[in-house]
Design a protein around this ligand. Structure first.
Ligand code: PHE
Length: 448
């Protein structure tokens, strides 16, 4: 193997790194506000359904493609279909990694800033904080710098080691916060909003929101699992790994909701406040909780780490592409890609009040994206591009590479898979692309 590439040291190492990619701001920042905007429990059920029926089987496809080719998304596609237009699907994935990182890094920067705000008890107004151009740009830069340093260290020593230590700590802290939030007076109503479904709240838009959230949260649709799968050895069981990744990811999102909604109703706040939701609710929770500032500092620290294992993975995709395909040195190219991403992220960073132009940026209809630059980036890369990428990749795996070939790869390390492979092949060839296609059409208002 090309010694510029690396490999996970063990199955646990791989599962933690992939779960580290999946678990991030998507679970703790994005999931609660998307649930809040889409009416609560019914959306949560729909979300879980998409994770099981679409996210998981689709994840198998990306992992199989990555491990079989031992390449980044573009190289993986090229190794199956030489120099065809399909390689652009891999290219879209690489671009999507940069696109998501450009706004995700901004929010990760806020999280990082909140460590210090909470530690010093200086919580103030969220709106004042994010509209300060100097602070947001600095925090974004610091976060990108840390991300780059770790990706610089490579697959095993950089990414794997960190994920293994810090993810379990986050889990324990969340359990503690769930207990606390649910003892607050008035929290029961929040729990009901979160857990008692009202199916009249499901509309076409909710469907896309749920699907988009499933892809975003599980890091699917841009070839991240192709890239991480390329570092897995042939002996490992990809199926059980994918199950664990999906399970951990969903669990953390559900847990975040079990803190946010009870706390939110107890404090009389509005669940559909949008992206600012957790940055408003958590600080309030910490302010009124005994010893809350210490717990809160720790919370934002771990949330920053969760975000970090995701930003690392987002940067890893374009870097792996450059290392494999352009034969450049990892240690040089990481800085170039990171700097480029930072520059295109500046408008997002300034779009929460710092610059009037970017704050009021609105070329997409309001039903699709919030009217600011960051909202546009989040819709374009985080919702649309992931769903579109997954649509194309499922066709590529199911039809061009062939379901049978992909299934054979999955059987290596998990012989049990042979028994269910007919169902899986049907899903990857028909069910998954058709469902995604319908939801995308709906996005453009075709069924309205
Ligand atoms: N899954 C990550 C999160 O939930 C975000 C992400 C998306 C990371 C796509 C990599 C690829 O925070």
């Amino acid at each position: 193997m090309d010694n510029n590439r690396g490999q996970w040291s063990s199955k646990i190492g791989f599962v933690f790194a992939a779960a580290g990619s999946a678990i991030g701001l998507g679970n703790i920042w994005r999931f609660p506000y998307v649930v809040g905007e889409n009416g609560g429990a019914a959306f949560v059920l729909l979300y879980i359904l998409f994770v099981i029926l679409i996210g998981l089987p689709y994840m198998f496809a990306e992992l199989a493609l990555g491990r079989s080719s031992q390449k980044n998304p573009v190289g993986a596609i090229n190794s199956i279909k030489q120099d065809s237009l399909w390689k652009w699907v891999g290219g879209l994935g690489v671009l999507t990694g940069i696109g998501i990182l450009s706004f995700y890094g901004v929010i990760a920067g806020w999280t990082f800033g909140y460590i210090f705000k909470t530690a010093t008890g200086n919580l103030g107004e969220f709106g004042d904080f994010v509209s300060n151009p100097f602070i947001v740009l600095l925090l974004f830069a610091v976060f990108m710098f840390i991300t780059t340093m770790i990706v610089y260290g490579g697959v095993e020593r950089g990414i794997e080691r960190w994920s293994k230590i810090l993810m379990p700590i986050l889990f324990i802290l969340l359990v503690g916060l769930i207990i606390y939030a649910n003892t607050l007076e008035g929290s029961g109503e929040g729990l009901a909003f979160y857990l008692q479904p009202d199916f009249s709240k499901i509309t076409g838009r909710t469907m896309l929101a749920a699907l988009g959230q499933a892809f975003f949260s599980m890091s699917l649709g841009m070839g991240l699992m192709i890239t991480y799968g390329s570092y897995v050895s042939k002996k490992e069981n990809l199926i059980s790994s994918a199950f664990l990744i999906g399970l951990f990811d969903t669990l953390i999102a559900i847990m975040a909701g079990l803190i946010i909604f009870p706390a939110l109703f107890a404090m009389g706040e509005n669940p559909s406040a949008g992206p600012s939701l957790v940055f408003v609710i958590f600080p309030k929770l910490f302010t009124q909780m005994p010893g809350g500032l210490i717990v809160g500092t720790f919370f934002f620290l771990l949330l920053s780490v969760a975000a970090l294992t995701s930003t690392i993975s987002l940067l890893e995709v374009p870097v792996a592409y450059m290392v494999d395909e352009k034969k450049v040195k990892r240690k040089k190219i990481v800085w170039v890609v990171a700097l480029f991403t930072y520059i295109i992220g500046i408008p997002s960073a300034l779009s929460q009040g710092a610059s009037g132009f970017f704050t009021e940026f609105s070329i997409l209809p309001d039903r699709l994206s919030s009217p600011d630059f960051l909202g546009h980036m989040s819709f374009l890369w985080g919702d649309f591009s992931l769903a579109f990428g997954a649509f194309l990749l499922s066709i590529f795996v199911g039809w061009v590479w062939g379901g049978e070939n992909a299934a054979r790869e999955l059987e290596s390390g998990s012989p049990f898979f042979a028994r269910t492979k007919t169902i899986w092949i049907f899903m990857i060839r028909y069910f998954i692309p058709i469902v995604i296609f319908m939801i995308l059409l709906n996005l453009f208002g075709i069924f309205d």
